[in-house]
Design a protein around this ligand. Structure first.
Ligand SMILES: Nc1ncnc2c1ncn2[C@@H]1O[C@H](COP(=O)(O)OP(=O)(O)OP(=O)(O)O)[C@@H](O)[C@H]1O
Ligand SMILES: [Mg+2]
Length: 263
C-alpha cells in the first residue's frame, strides 16, 4: 500500500526538526546545513551514498551529536547541549542501529525490559509483562526467554525494535537496520517496520532498501556530501528524480531490474 502524502489535508506537526544544522569532525563537514522535519505519524526515508552524512544527521536528531551550527527541535522546543534532561529526551527518541547491540548476558525479554525498569522504574513483573507484549508485536513471543546469541540476525533486530518501543518513544530512528542481514532476514525486519508505519509510528529511516522506501515512506530525502540534494514523495524522488546526483544514485540501485523499466 502506497501512502499518499497529498491525500492528507492536515499538515502534521514536526516531532523532530533540524534547522540549518552543521556538524564538523576536524576538517570534515559531515552535515553541511540541513533542515529536515520528522512529522507525526509519517515515515521519512533518508538515502544517499556512503559518507554523505546520513548517520551523523540521525545522531544529531537523537541528541547523540551536538551540531556546530543550527538547532534541533523536539516537539517544537529547541534542544540545547546543556539541557539537564538530555537523557530523558534521548529516551523519547528511539534508535535502532545496524548492529543490534543487545546485551548478550541478558535474556531477550530482559533486554527489552531493561530501560523501562531503570528509567520508568517499572517492577520486574510489570516490565516483563510489557516486554512480552512488545515481543509479541514483533513476532518473537516464543523467544522471550532465549539469549540473544540463540536468535537469528533478523530476530535480534526485531528484539532491538521491541527494546526501542519499550520506552514509548515519540519517534523511532533507524540507521540501516537491515544492512547486516541476509535478504530473507531483511524481509522480516522490514515487515515489522512496515507494520509500525501503518500503525502511525513516527519514523526516520536511513536505508538502502529502495523498494521499502518507495512503498512505506511519505517523504524521501536524498543526501550527498552533507547536504539534502532532493526531497519529496517517493514516486517523485525515486522514480522521477530531477537532480543529476539523485538520478545517478537510483540508476545504480536499480540496474534495469524487472524488464528495464527506466523512467
Ligand atoms: N566520529 C567521527 N569522527 C570523524 N569523522 C566522522 C565521524 N563520524 C562521521 N565522520 C565523517 O563524516 C562523514 C559522514 O559520515 P556518516 O557516517 O554520517 O555518513 P553515512 O552517510 O552514514 O555513510 P554510510 O552510508 O557509510 O553509513 C564521513 O566523511 C565520515 O568519515
Ligand atoms: Mg551511516
Amino acid at each position: 500500500m502506497q501512502p499518499d502524502p497529498n491525500a492528507d489535508p492536515q499538515p502534521k506537526a514536526a516531532v523532530l526538526e533540524a534547522r540549518g544544522i552543521v556538524k564538523r569532525f576536524g576538517g570534515v563537514t559531515a552535515v553541511d546545513g540541513i533542515s529536515i522535519e520528522v512529522r507525526a505519524g509519517r515515515v521519512t526515508a533518508i538515502l544517499g551514498p556512503s559518507g554523505s552524512g546520513k548517520s551523523t544527521l540521525l545522531r544529531c536528531l537523537n541528541f547523540l551529536e551536538v551540531p556546530d551550527e543550527g538547532e534541533v527541535l523536539f516537539g517544537g522546543v529547541p534542544v540545547r547541549a546543556r539541557d539537564r534532561d538530555l537523557d530523558g529526551l534521548r529516551s523519547r527518541v528511539g534508535m535502532v542501529f545496524q548492529q543490534f547491540n543487545l546485551f548478550p548476558h541478558l535474556l531477550v525479554w530482559e533486554n527489552v525490559a531493561l530501560a523501562p525498569r531503570l528509567i520508568r522504574r517499572l517492577t520486574r513483573e510489570s516490565a516483563r509483562r510489557l516486554a512480552l507484549g512488545l515481543l509479541d508485536r514483533v513476532g518473537l513471543s516464543d523467544k522471550a526467554d532465549a539469549h540473544p546469541s540463540q536468535l537469528s540476525g533478523g530476530q535480534q533486530q526485531r528484539a532491538a525494535i521491541a527494546r526501542a518501543l519499550a520506552m514509548e518513544p515519540a519517534a523511532l530512528l533507524f540507521d540501516e537496520p537491515t544492512s547486516a542481514l541476509d535478504p530473507e532476514l531483511t524481509g522480516e525486519v522490514l515487515g515489522v517496520m512496515r507494520t509500525l508505519a501503518l500503525e502511525g509510528m513516527t519514523m526516520a529511516v536511513v536505508t538502502h532498501e529502495v523498494a521499502f522506501a518507495r512503498a512505506v515512506a511519505h517523504e524521501v530525502v536524498f543526501m550527498d556530501a552533507g547536504q539534502v540534494v532532493e526531497r519529496g514523495p517517493p514516486e517523485r524522488v525515486i522514480d522521477a528524480p530531477a537532480n543529476e546526483r539523485t538520478i545517478r544514485f537510483f540508476a545504480r540501485q536499480q540496474p534495469l531490474a524487472g524488464g528495464g523499466d527506466r523512467r
